[in-house]
Design a protein around this ligand. Structure first.
Ligand SMILES: C[S@@+](CC[C@H](N)C(=O)[O-])C[C@H]1O[C@@H](n2cnc3c(N)ncnc32)[C@H](O)[C@@H]1O
Length: 300
Protein backbone atom coordinates (compact mmCIF):
# COMPACT_ATOMS: atom_id res chain seq x y z
CA UNK A 1 0.00 0.00 0.00
CA UNK A 2 2.80 2.36 0.98
CA UNK A 3 4.68 1.90 -2.28
CA UNK A 4 1.54 2.56 -4.36
CA UNK A 5 1.03 5.83 -2.52
CA UNK A 6 4.64 6.85 -3.17
CA UNK A 7 4.24 6.21 -6.89
CA UNK A 8 1.11 8.30 -7.01
CA UNK A 9 2.90 11.17 -5.25
CA UNK A 10 5.82 10.98 -7.64
CA UNK A 11 3.54 11.06 -10.65
CA UNK A 12 1.70 14.11 -9.28
CA UNK A 13 1.19 15.56 -12.77
CA UNK A 14 -2.37 15.13 -13.91
CA UNK A 15 -3.02 13.50 -17.26
CA UNK A 16 -4.06 16.89 -18.53
CA UNK A 17 -0.72 18.43 -17.45
CA UNK A 18 1.22 15.56 -19.03
CA UNK A 19 -0.66 16.03 -22.30
CA UNK A 20 0.01 19.75 -22.16
CA UNK A 21 3.74 19.16 -21.58
CA UNK A 22 4.05 16.60 -24.38
CA UNK A 23 2.34 19.15 -26.66
CA UNK A 24 5.01 21.70 -25.72
CA UNK A 25 7.82 19.27 -26.53
CA UNK A 26 6.24 18.63 -29.91
CA UNK A 27 5.91 22.36 -30.52
CA UNK A 28 9.53 23.21 -29.57
CA UNK A 29 8.46 24.83 -26.28
CA UNK A 30 5.60 27.00 -25.02
CA UNK A 31 3.95 29.68 -27.11
CA UNK A 32 3.58 33.04 -25.42
CA UNK A 33 0.00 32.35 -24.30
CA UNK A 34 1.15 29.09 -22.66
CA UNK A 35 3.86 30.67 -20.47
CA UNK A 36 1.61 31.11 -17.43
CA UNK A 37 0.30 27.55 -17.43
CA UNK A 38 3.75 26.06 -17.94
CA UNK A 39 5.30 28.26 -15.23
CA UNK A 40 2.53 27.33 -12.79
CA UNK A 41 3.21 23.61 -13.35
CA UNK A 42 6.95 24.13 -12.80
CA UNK A 43 6.55 26.33 -9.73
CA UNK A 44 4.27 23.76 -8.09
CA UNK A 45 6.62 20.80 -8.50
CA UNK A 46 8.20 19.33 -5.38
CA UNK A 47 11.80 18.07 -5.50
CA UNK A 48 10.85 14.34 -5.53
CA UNK A 49 8.77 14.99 -8.67
CA UNK A 50 11.58 16.49 -10.73
CA UNK A 51 12.87 13.28 -12.31
CA UNK A 52 9.39 12.36 -13.42
CA UNK A 53 8.77 15.84 -14.86
CA UNK A 54 12.14 15.86 -16.62
CA UNK A 55 11.35 12.51 -18.20
CA UNK A 56 8.19 13.96 -19.68
CA UNK A 57 9.94 16.95 -21.28
CA UNK A 58 13.20 14.99 -21.74
CA UNK A 59 13.41 15.44 -25.51
CA UNK A 60 13.82 19.18 -25.00
CA UNK A 61 16.51 18.95 -22.34
CA UNK A 62 19.44 18.64 -24.71
CA UNK A 63 22.14 21.02 -25.90
CA UNK A 64 19.95 22.43 -28.66
CA UNK A 65 18.00 24.52 -26.15
CA UNK A 66 19.32 27.01 -23.61
CA UNK A 67 17.46 25.25 -20.80
CA UNK A 68 18.88 21.93 -21.99
CA UNK A 69 22.40 23.36 -22.18
CA UNK A 70 22.07 24.31 -18.52
CA UNK A 71 20.79 20.83 -17.72
CA UNK A 72 23.40 18.87 -19.72
CA UNK A 73 26.33 21.06 -18.49
CA UNK A 74 28.77 20.33 -21.31
CA UNK A 75 31.56 22.13 -19.41
CA UNK A 76 30.69 20.51 -16.08
CA UNK A 77 28.77 23.34 -14.39
CA UNK A 78 25.67 25.44 -15.12
CA UNK A 79 26.14 29.10 -16.06
CA UNK A 80 29.13 28.49 -18.30
CA UNK A 81 30.61 31.11 -20.66
CA UNK A 82 28.58 29.85 -23.60
CA UNK A 83 25.12 30.14 -22.03
CA UNK A 84 25.98 33.57 -20.61
CA UNK A 85 27.18 34.76 -24.04
CA UNK A 86 23.96 33.44 -25.60
CA UNK A 87 21.85 35.26 -23.02
CA UNK A 88 23.69 38.53 -23.80
CA UNK A 89 23.19 38.00 -27.54
CA UNK A 90 19.53 37.02 -27.15
CA UNK A 91 20.27 33.80 -29.03
CA UNK A 92 17.28 31.74 -30.19
CA UNK A 93 17.78 28.42 -31.97
CA UNK A 94 16.23 28.90 -35.44
CA UNK A 95 15.15 25.23 -35.54
CA UNK A 96 11.42 25.10 -34.84
CA UNK A 97 11.91 21.94 -32.76
CA UNK A 98 13.61 24.12 -30.12
CA UNK A 99 12.84 27.77 -30.92
CA UNK A 100 9.99 28.31 -28.46
CA UNK A 101 12.04 26.99 -25.54
CA UNK A 102 14.75 29.57 -26.21
CA UNK A 103 12.21 32.37 -26.63
CA UNK A 104 10.65 31.33 -23.34
CA UNK A 105 14.02 31.25 -21.55
CA UNK A 106 15.11 34.62 -22.94
CA UNK A 107 11.80 36.17 -21.84
CA UNK A 108 12.40 35.25 -18.20
CA UNK A 109 13.25 37.96 -15.66
CA UNK A 110 16.41 36.01 -14.73
CA UNK A 111 17.76 36.23 -18.29
CA UNK A 112 16.85 39.92 -18.58
CA UNK A 113 18.60 40.57 -15.25
CA UNK A 114 21.79 39.04 -16.68
CA UNK A 115 21.60 41.44 -19.63
CA UNK A 116 20.87 44.31 -17.24
CA UNK A 117 23.90 43.49 -15.12
CA UNK A 118 26.09 43.79 -18.20
CA UNK A 119 24.69 47.28 -18.82
CA UNK A 120 25.37 48.13 -15.18
CA UNK A 121 29.00 47.00 -15.62
CA UNK A 122 29.35 49.09 -18.82
CA UNK A 123 28.19 52.18 -16.92
CA UNK A 124 30.71 51.61 -14.10
CA UNK A 125 33.51 51.19 -16.68
CA UNK A 126 32.57 54.36 -18.42
CA UNK A 127 32.57 56.32 -15.12
CA UNK A 128 36.08 55.09 -14.33
CA UNK A 129 37.30 55.84 -17.83
CA UNK A 130 36.25 59.46 -17.38
CA UNK A 131 38.52 59.98 -14.39
CA UNK A 132 41.42 62.24 -15.16
CA UNK A 133 44.19 59.78 -14.28
CA UNK A 134 46.02 57.70 -16.91
CA UNK A 135 45.48 53.95 -17.24
CA UNK A 136 42.79 52.50 -15.00
CA UNK A 137 42.90 48.88 -13.92
CA UNK A 138 39.93 46.54 -13.79
CA UNK A 139 40.03 43.01 -12.37
CA UNK A 140 37.22 40.61 -13.29
CA UNK A 141 36.74 37.49 -11.17
CA UNK A 142 35.01 34.66 -13.08
CA UNK A 143 35.21 36.53 -16.39
CA UNK A 144 33.48 33.87 -18.56
CA UNK A 145 33.01 34.92 -22.21
CA UNK A 146 34.14 38.52 -21.51
CA UNK A 147 31.38 39.69 -23.82
CA UNK A 148 30.88 42.62 -21.43
CA UNK A 149 34.52 43.68 -21.89
CA UNK A 150 34.18 43.16 -25.63
CA UNK A 151 31.17 45.46 -25.80
CA UNK A 152 32.90 48.10 -23.73
CA UNK A 153 36.10 48.18 -25.76
CA UNK A 154 34.18 48.00 -29.00
CA UNK A 155 32.20 51.14 -28.10
CA UNK A 156 35.20 52.87 -26.47
CA UNK A 157 38.20 52.28 -28.72
CA UNK A 158 40.19 55.01 -26.94
CA UNK A 159 39.52 53.62 -23.49
CA UNK A 160 42.31 53.81 -20.92
CA UNK A 161 40.95 50.79 -19.04
CA UNK A 162 43.18 47.74 -18.73
CA UNK A 163 41.50 44.46 -17.84
CA UNK A 164 42.81 41.46 -15.92
CA UNK A 165 40.46 38.51 -16.43
CA UNK A 166 40.48 35.49 -14.14
CA UNK A 167 38.62 32.27 -14.93
CA UNK A 168 39.41 28.63 -14.18
CA UNK A 169 37.78 27.24 -17.32
CA UNK A 170 40.15 27.00 -20.29
CA UNK A 171 37.17 26.95 -22.68
CA UNK A 172 35.99 30.27 -21.26
CA UNK A 173 39.48 31.78 -21.59
CA UNK A 174 39.83 30.53 -25.19
CA UNK A 175 36.44 31.95 -26.14
CA UNK A 176 37.14 35.29 -24.44
CA UNK A 177 40.56 35.55 -26.09
CA UNK A 178 39.24 34.76 -29.51
CA UNK A 179 36.41 37.29 -29.46
CA UNK A 180 38.66 39.93 -27.89
CA UNK A 181 41.60 39.46 -30.24
CA UNK A 182 41.27 43.07 -31.55
CA UNK A 183 41.70 44.33 -27.96
CA UNK A 184 44.53 42.06 -26.91
CA UNK A 185 46.74 44.93 -25.74
CA UNK A 186 44.15 45.96 -23.17
CA UNK A 187 43.53 42.50 -21.66
CA UNK A 188 45.50 39.94 -19.63
CA UNK A 189 44.10 36.45 -19.02
CA UNK A 190 44.71 34.26 -15.97
CA UNK A 191 43.51 30.69 -15.98
CA UNK A 192 43.31 29.99 -12.27
CA UNK A 193 40.82 29.48 -9.46
CA UNK A 194 39.86 32.88 -8.00
CA UNK A 195 40.45 31.42 -4.55
CA UNK A 196 44.14 31.07 -5.45
CA UNK A 197 44.86 34.02 -7.76
CA UNK A 198 47.33 36.52 -6.30
CA UNK A 199 46.99 40.02 -7.72
CA UNK A 200 50.24 41.85 -8.38
CA UNK A 201 48.77 45.36 -8.44
CA UNK A 202 45.90 47.58 -7.16
CA UNK A 203 42.67 48.00 -9.06
CA UNK A 204 40.28 50.87 -9.68
CA UNK A 205 37.47 48.37 -10.11
CA UNK A 206 37.17 44.75 -9.07
CA UNK A 207 34.06 43.28 -10.68
CA UNK A 208 32.44 39.91 -10.28
CA UNK A 209 29.04 38.81 -11.56
CA UNK A 210 27.69 35.28 -11.80
CA UNK A 211 30.29 33.90 -9.41
CA UNK A 212 29.58 34.82 -5.81
CA UNK A 213 26.07 33.41 -6.04
CA UNK A 214 27.70 29.97 -6.23
CA UNK A 215 29.69 30.54 -3.02
CA UNK A 216 28.59 29.57 0.46
CA UNK A 217 28.64 32.48 2.93
CA UNK A 218 32.03 31.55 4.36
CA UNK A 219 33.69 31.55 0.91
CA UNK A 220 31.90 34.78 0.01
CA UNK A 221 33.30 36.48 3.12
CA UNK A 222 36.77 35.02 2.50
CA UNK A 223 36.76 36.34 -1.08
CA UNK A 224 35.65 39.85 -0.11
CA UNK A 225 38.32 39.99 2.55
CA UNK A 226 41.00 38.65 0.19
CA UNK A 227 40.36 40.99 -2.77
CA UNK A 228 39.19 44.12 -1.00
CA UNK A 229 42.80 44.79 -0.03
CA UNK A 230 43.76 45.19 -3.69
CA UNK A 231 41.61 48.27 -4.29
CA UNK A 232 43.46 51.40 -5.39
CA UNK A 233 42.63 54.70 -3.72
CA UNK A 234 39.08 55.62 -4.78
CA UNK A 235 38.58 52.10 -6.15
CA UNK A 236 35.54 49.87 -5.75
CA UNK A 237 34.79 46.17 -5.43
CA UNK A 238 31.39 45.36 -6.97
CA UNK A 239 29.81 41.94 -6.62
CA UNK A 240 26.64 40.83 -8.41
CA UNK A 241 24.39 38.31 -6.66
CA UNK A 242 20.90 37.10 -7.56
CA UNK A 243 18.28 38.43 -5.16
CA UNK A 244 16.06 36.06 -3.22
CA UNK A 245 13.11 37.65 -5.00
CA UNK A 246 14.22 36.16 -8.34
CA UNK A 247 10.95 35.01 -9.99
CA UNK A 248 12.88 32.69 -12.34
CA UNK A 249 14.48 30.72 -9.52
CA UNK A 250 12.31 27.60 -9.70
CA UNK A 251 12.37 27.49 -13.50
CA UNK A 252 16.18 27.51 -13.43
CA UNK A 253 16.27 24.79 -10.79
CA UNK A 254 13.70 22.53 -12.41
CA UNK A 255 14.50 22.97 -16.10
CA UNK A 256 18.26 23.41 -15.95
CA UNK A 257 19.24 21.89 -12.61
CA UNK A 258 20.81 25.33 -11.99
CA UNK A 259 20.99 26.18 -8.28
CA UNK A 260 22.22 29.54 -6.98
CA UNK A 261 22.59 30.98 -3.50
CA UNK A 262 19.98 33.74 -3.66
CA UNK A 263 20.56 36.55 -1.17
CA UNK A 264 18.93 39.68 0.22
CA UNK A 265 20.40 43.15 0.45
CA UNK A 266 20.88 42.52 4.19
CA UNK A 267 22.75 39.25 3.61
CA UNK A 268 25.18 41.10 1.36
CA UNK A 269 25.75 43.94 3.82
CA UNK A 270 26.20 41.51 6.70
CA UNK A 271 28.85 39.53 4.81
CA UNK A 272 30.72 42.69 3.74
CA UNK A 273 30.89 43.76 7.38
CA UNK A 274 32.02 40.26 8.41
CA UNK A 275 34.79 40.65 5.83
CA UNK A 276 35.90 43.73 7.77
CA UNK A 277 34.55 46.45 5.48
CA UNK A 278 33.17 49.47 7.35
CA UNK A 279 29.47 50.31 7.19
CA UNK A 280 30.06 53.68 5.49
CA UNK A 281 31.98 51.99 2.65
CA UNK A 282 29.21 49.54 1.77
CA UNK A 283 26.03 49.94 -0.24
CA UNK A 284 23.74 47.69 -2.26
CA UNK A 285 22.19 48.58 -5.60
CA UNK A 286 20.10 46.59 -8.05
CA UNK A 287 19.34 46.51 -11.75
CA UNK A 288 15.94 47.73 -12.84
CA UNK A 289 14.11 44.42 -12.26
CA UNK A 290 15.53 44.04 -8.74
CA UNK A 291 16.57 40.47 -9.63
CA UNK A 292 20.32 41.08 -9.60
CA UNK A 293 21.77 42.90 -6.59
CA UNK A 294 25.15 44.63 -6.56
CA UNK A 295 27.21 44.89 -3.40
CA UNK A 296 29.50 47.92 -3.74
CA UNK A 297 32.43 48.26 -1.38
CA UNK A 298 34.54 51.39 -1.60
CA UNK A 299 38.25 51.39 -0.82
CA UNK A 300 39.04 52.47 2.75
C1 LIG B 1 28.14 32.68 -14.86
S1 LIG B 1 29.71 32.92 -15.58
C2 LIG B 1 29.81 34.67 -15.48
C3 LIG B 1 30.71 35.28 -16.50
C4 LIG B 1 30.87 36.79 -16.44
N1 LIG B 1 31.27 37.27 -15.14
C5 LIG B 1 29.61 37.50 -16.84
O1 LIG B 1 28.83 37.91 -15.98
O2 LIG B 1 29.41 37.64 -18.05
C6 LIG B 1 30.80 32.38 -14.29
C7 LIG B 1 32.24 32.15 -14.73
O3 LIG B 1 33.01 31.98 -13.53
C8 LIG B 1 33.93 30.94 -13.74
N2 LIG B 1 34.24 30.38 -12.41
C9 LIG B 1 33.40 29.75 -11.56
N3 LIG B 1 34.04 29.43 -10.41
C10 LIG B 1 35.32 29.88 -10.53
C11 LIG B 1 36.46 29.86 -9.68
N4 LIG B 1 36.38 29.32 -8.45
N5 LIG B 1 37.60 30.41 -10.13
C12 LIG B 1 37.67 30.97 -11.37
N6 LIG B 1 36.62 31.01 -12.23
C13 LIG B 1 35.45 30.49 -11.81
C14 LIG B 1 33.26 29.96 -14.67
O4 LIG B 1 34.21 29.19 -15.38
C15 LIG B 1 32.46 30.91 -15.58
O5 LIG B 1 33.18 31.23 -16.74
Amino acid sequence: MDSIQTDVTLQHLSEEDQKFLLGLVENGGPEHDEYKEFTAIVNNLEDPELDYFRNVIGESLNENTLIGHGFVKPYGYPGDFSIIHNIYKYYVNPDEKYRNWDRFFQAQAGAQAVRNRKDYFLKRCSEIDQKEKGEQHVLILGSGPATDVNEYLHSNPDSRLRFDLVDFDQHAIDFAMQQNEPFKDAINYYKINVLRFKPYQWYDLIWSAGLFDYFKDKHFVYMVNKYYKYLAEGGEFIIGNFSNSNPTRRLMEVLSDWYLVHRSKYDLIRMALEAEAKEEQVEVEMEELGVNLFLRIKAA
